[in-house]
Design a protein around this ligand. Sequence first.
Ligand code: UTP
Length: 312
Amino acid sequence: MRKLKFADQLENLMTKQDTPRKVRKAVFPVAGLGTRFLPASKAVPKEMLTVVDKPVIQYAVSEARAAGIEHFIFVTGRNKHVIEDHFDLAPELQSTLEERGKQAMLDVLAENQPAAGATSFTRQQAPLGLGHAVWCAREIVGDEPFALLLPDMVMKAATPCLAGMMDVYDKTGANIVAVEECAPEDVSSYGIIAPGEGADTDASGGFPIATMVEKPAIADAPSNLFINGRYILQPEIFDLLENQEKGAGGGIQLTDSMLRLMEIQDFSGFTFRGETFDCGSREGFLAANVAFALDDPDLAESTRTMLRKKLG
Ligand code: UTP
């Protein structure tokens, strides 16, 4: 009896060692200048501009929470302190809503509220590029795998992107990068991957990635699969980012460090099935507002009517 129990324990231990380490933390880089949204982004962070009635950042945080993330790390910069306020309690507002019996609004606030101690904020100090922003989270992430979500990329799907990636991660334990197809003329705006030879990019369990390149010219692009702003990365990326030289566009590029990490660790691709809106661009931001309004039961009809009228 005792022996059996020991054998069970041993098996449990071994299973635990075979299971990839849980992804508990997510990093949200929000230190960019957002020059494409000037003058709106001069005093208001672009991540706080609203898609219908939620700030852009809220979509990524909700997606992370739906995927089981427990700790939310924001890499911020000057002028970004309202992001911290947004994820804090607002006692005066709450008591006023309580006095007025506005339960539905209180519920909305509660559902978007991270638990005490579940958020961390660190400053990038200077916007030296996405890779540098991620590196700034190294002490808070520590020695464990983490999710990285670029909040500009707002997604709409039956299964949220990060949740789908977590399924692939649980099976592979690899670094995971979510990708989507883009028009050939758009490859120079994104990081582009090359699937491994013969890889089935539609496989629900993910597919191997051979290489990746940041913002290639159309002629040099190895595919039209762009990295859509969702990653699961192993902590070794921080050592590589530490010594990363400036790359495309003069910034410290995450893609360059991921390429070096590929030399020692596996990378899997996950093809996201859904709609992605690049809310870092004015076109994407407007499209997101229209799409989410058309999905909102209170706004769908009036939005449709308004669009019909405008378009004649
Ligand atoms: P972008 O490439 O959209 O740059 O950053 P940006 O500065 O925010 O915006 P524009 O191009 O001037 O309009 C992609 C993501 O990386 C973050 C941004 O906040 C955004 O979430 N980022 C970028 C940083 O956190 N730090 C940086 O140095 C650069």
